[in-house]
Ligand binder design. Structure first.
Ligand code: GAL
Length: 680
């Protein structure tokens, strides 16, 4: 694999685009050329400065094998350049043309039960397929050669949403590639047998040739086989990405490369992927009908910022209004698109882009909204919001490149996520993202800025580390967590952490083996709760609370009980504990407390750790700070449908409308936003 290149200095795209990027996926092949002129004019009207071009253009760019038709695409590139719009140029490999699968039917993906996925939609390729990879590389080589020096080119967009629709393939070609990956990982069949625990159910292999991907079996396939297959599938798609990237970096070493992530997307280990991106970018489609959407979108933004090591990222796709892929596609309320766009910037984005520029009139996504709607454009409220936002973002150049600082990290590890959600557990109800949200929500509500970190990262820059669940943990990561606490950090860890090693074998010697001394507890047995069950809790100060999802039999081994179970057969036993270790402290949660209790516990932990919110705000008002080059920007977002008065502690200028602000109360209308340059 090629080494990652040094990432662009601030701003994100350097002198190429020293502004907040604004635009969307542009699919001109769906329209007669006359419409392109209109597109360019409207892009200028809306302040668009970047479009993602060519994402699904393969069958028009290469209508037959090795025969390229670039003339029409040249005209689009030139037109955009003349209009002052830069291009995030796709490698166009996400949807193979019909001729490719017709000639090479073996490139089609196959599911675990043998069902083949046919062409006719998109992303119908087996990631291990040599035919697909060769054809994709041919196209990328041709694209990079043709457009590498085009003045409109700002960045490369490899594939599109890798793993969307087809995150893995179980075909014979994939089986061979899986075996090669396993040979590499284990070196010998003996070591694989040991790693997979194949003496269970007579699964011992005598040669690599006998091994298959975890296809549909009578009951659960070997868990380590499943875990390795998830690792393999993430790595295999990354190989596709790397194959394209190697060509791009050879031909255009100075053009940054991205591929668009999909928030908390389980199939791909985004920590590994992000190391291969010059710019992290994300697609985010919060559901307007879900009251937790603002929290979820913030959480995705924090993940993207963290994946890029704190550097700005790009919101590559969102929607102006409705999507088309939910059962009921609820419309965004007036101002919601604008508010959520600012939220992404608050969370570190230096670009706000949409799927897509012009709403399609044919195809599967014609009912998906776009920047330019079907109807009369000028009369459209959503177009007006698009234009307004584009103009406002033009005032935010000084924000580009600034970053957020968090004192709190939530640990997230894809290996552990995969292992946790394999079947055949004490409870299949424990889900990684649910667990994270239980912690994230109260911090979001209080405007405490949070990073995500991989468990084996250096945690010393944080004051508070949260472990919503870390079922699988390496020795190295466990050691790092212990060192973090011993050197003064505060930790909050939930149940069912530290249970297995990287082979998904139980860590013997009592649960949770690597953390027994750190937490000062021993877990004797798990008592998971059904959907209708709850347990009662009683805190030392007499306050009562409830727990759900999980309970367990905890014996104290040095910790103090902060709360005890007060119902069920566990009544009187510890439920939540606190333990001083070294110069730090570790809280342990043997259940999932109700939301208010979670809020109280995290406030205690924040107080212990000396963690402060970005700003004190009324309920429903989000505040995040970005800083850089001696400047400080406070983003204040009113997610409520009523006007609120928010307290400001320093004077500043609201970059959104240019108004000067004094310390005191600032009035924010419903869904309004202020970007305050502090100390102005
Ligand atoms: C994304 C995809 C886009 C479009 C969009 C619709 O997953 O990258 O091409 O399909 O969803 O919401």
């Amino acid at each position: 694999m090629a080494q990652p290149r040094v990432n662009s200095p601030e701003p994100l795209l350097g002198a190429t685009l020293p502004h907040i990027a604004y635009g969307g996926d542009y699919n001109p092949e769906q329209w007669p050329e006359g419409v392109w002129q209109e597109d360019a004019r409207l892009m200028q009207e809306a302040g668009v400065n970047l479009v993602s071009l060519g994402i699904f253009s393969w069958s028009r760019l290469e209508p037959a094998e090795g025969e390229f038709e670039f003339a029409w695409f040249d005209r689009v590139m030139d037109l955009l350049h003349d209009a002052g719009v830069r291009v995030d140029l796709a490698t166009a490999t996400a949807s193979p043309p019909p001729w490719l699968s017709h000639r090479h039917p073996e490139m089609l993906p196959v599911l675990a039960d043998g069902v083949k996925l046919w062409p006719g939609a998109r992303q119908h390729y087996c990631p291990s397929s040599p035919a697909y990879r060769t054809a994709a590389r041919g196209l990328v080589e041709a694209m990079a050669t043709r457009y590498g020096k085009h003045p409109a080119l700002a960045m490369w967009h490899v594939g599109n949403e890798f793993g969307c629709h087809v995150p893995a393939c179980w075909c014979d070609v994939s089986a061979e590639a899986f075996r090669a990956w396993l040979r590499d990982r284990y070196g010998s069949i003996e070591r694989l047998n040991e790693g997979w625990g194949t003496d269970f159910w007579s699964q011992r292999y005598s040669a690599f040739e006998e091994i298959l991907p975890p296809r549909r079996t009578p009951t659960w396939p070997n868990p380590t086989q499943q875990l390795d297959f998830m690792r393999f599938s993430s790595d295999t798609l990354l190989e596709c990405h790397e194959g394209e990237r190697a060509i791009l970096t050879r031909i255009t070493p100075d053009i940054p490369v991205t591929t668009n992530f999909m928030s908390f997307f389980k199939p791909l280990d985004y920590w590994k992927w992000a190391e291969r991106e010059d710019i992290v970018s994300n697609d985010s489609y919060p559901d307007p009908s879900d009251p937790r959407s603002a929290m979820r979108a913030a959480m995705a933004g924090d993940l993207m910022r963290s994946l890029g090591g704190g550097r700005p990222w790009i919101l590559m796709e969102q929607t102006t209004n409705r999507v088309n892929w939910r059962d009921v596609n609820v419309a965004k309320a007036p101002g919601q698109m604008r508010l959520w766009s600012y939220q992404a910037i608050a969370r570190g984005a230096d670009g706000v882009m949409f799927f897509q520029w012009r709403q399609s009139r044919a195809g599967a996504e014609k009912h998906h909204s776009a920047m330019v709607p079907h109807g009369p454009v000028d009369a459209s409220p959503s177009w007006k919001e698009v234009v307004r936002l584009g103009h406002e973002l033009g005032r935010l150049d000084s924000v580009c490149g600034s970053q957020s600082r968090a004192d709190v990290a939530v640990l997230l590890d894809w290996d552990s996520w995969w292992a946790l959600e394999l079947p055949s557990k004490p409870s299949n109800r424990v889900r990684q993202v649910d667990q994270i949200e239980t912690y994230y929500q109260p911090l979001f509500d209080r405007n405490v800025t949070v990073d995500f970190a991989r468990p084996d990262h250096d945690l010393s820059r944080y004051r508070l580390v949260l472990v919503p669940n870390l079922y699988l943990v390496s020795d190295e990561a466990a050691g790092g967590i212990v060192r973090f606490v011993e050197s003064g950090g505060t930790l909050v860890m939930s149940f069912f952490s530290g249970i297995v090693d990287q082979a998904e074998h139980i860590r013997l010697g009592g649960y949770p083996k690597p953390f027994i001394d750190l937490l000062g507890v021993r877990v004797m047995d798990f008592h998971p709760l059904t959907i209708d069950q709850e347990v009662e809790l009683e805190f030392n100060d007499g306050k009562r609370a409830r727990g759900e999802l999980w309970s367990e039999h905890i014996e104290l081994a040095g910790a103090e009980a902060v709360a005890r179970f007060s119902s069920s057969e566990l009544a009187g036993r510890p439920a939540i504990t606190r333990h001083a270790a070294g110069s730090g402290r570790a809280y342990y949660l043997g259940t999932r407390p109700d939301a208010r209790t979670m809020e109280r516990l995290l406030q205690m932990a924040c107080a212990d750790a000396g963690v402060e919110p970005a700003a004190e705000m009324p309920q429903g008002v989000e505040a995040v700070r970005r800083q850089g080059r001696g400047r400080s920007f406070l983003f204040v977002l009113n997610h409520r449908e009523i006007e609120v008065d928010v307290p400001l502690s320093v004077a500043g200028q609201n970059l959104v409308d240019g108004s000067d602000l004094r310390p005191g109360l600032m009035r924010l209308p419903p869904r309004a936003v202020a970007v305050i340059r502090e100390g102005w």
